[in-house]
Ligand binder design. Structure first.
Ligand code: HEM
Ligand code: HEM
Length: 141
């Protein structure tokens, strides 16, 4: 499969997973004392989203680490997006260790949730910037 086709599948999957992640996060935020099943679902989604994000970033790099697109349109938003994603991931991993065992909502989870929502805000602008990709299914930019 061509790299460009992989990117198309990856980006559509990311859009779907990001939407599910938003729903799952809002559910956890509004119902912190709810069933563990929601947190396990959130964890599963988090792992999937993380995997596809790494693939998405990987597909934008060639052997020399440059963007595969002819012109580079990286904005400042991208650095913030990457940093917030890493912070969400790290705080999420910490939240797992604190949560597993007692299975009750913790401060670590609360902090992680706030960072996660900030990441989703940056993601919104990232996707909006490249919305042409989703409106024109046959193009990549
Ligand atoms: C930490 C998370 C992410 C990072 C660091 C990231 C990084 C990038 C980079 C480097 C590009 C290429 C920009 C260029 O060369 O001009 C790009 C493009 C794009 N990204 Fe992301 N991205 C992330 C998450 C996402 C997610 C979750 C989605 C979908 C919901 C998404 C959708 C897109 C789209 C549609 C494009 C334009 C088409 C393409 O080149 O693939 N990105 N992103
Ligand atoms: C887009 C990415 C993510 C967003 C927006 C997000 C958001 C949230 C939110 C809003 C909560 C509820 C916090 C609260 O009740 O105050 C939460 C809980 C949690 N998240 Fe995430 N999350 C994301 C990714 C992840 C990832 C990648 C992991 C694991 C590596 C993870 C692990 C957890 C855990 C274990 C909890 C339960 C913690 C607790 O209630 O104490 N999350 N997340």
């Amino acid at each position: 499969m061509k790299k460009i086709e992989k990117l198309r599948i990856c980006n559509w999957t990311l859009l779907f997973l990001s939407f599910l992640m938003l729903v799952s996060s809002v559910e956890l935020e509004l119902n912190p004392g709810g069933s563990c099943v929601w947190v396990w679902l959130h964890l599963g989604l988090g792992c999937l989203l993380t995997g596809f994000i790494f693939q998405h970033i990987g597909l934008h790099k060639n052997a020399r680490g440059k963007s595969v697109l002819p012109e580079n349109r990286h904005g400042h938003n991208l650095k913030g997006l990457g940093l917030l994603f890493l912070l969400t991931l790290i705080s999420g991993i910490i939240a797992i260790f604190v949560w597993v065992g007692d299975y009750i909502h913790t401060t670590a989870g609360g902090i992680h949730g706030k960072i996660g929502f900030l990441f989703l805000c940056f993601l919104f602008f990232h996707v909006r910037k490249y919305n042409k990709f989703y409106r024109l299914p046959s193009s990549v930019s």
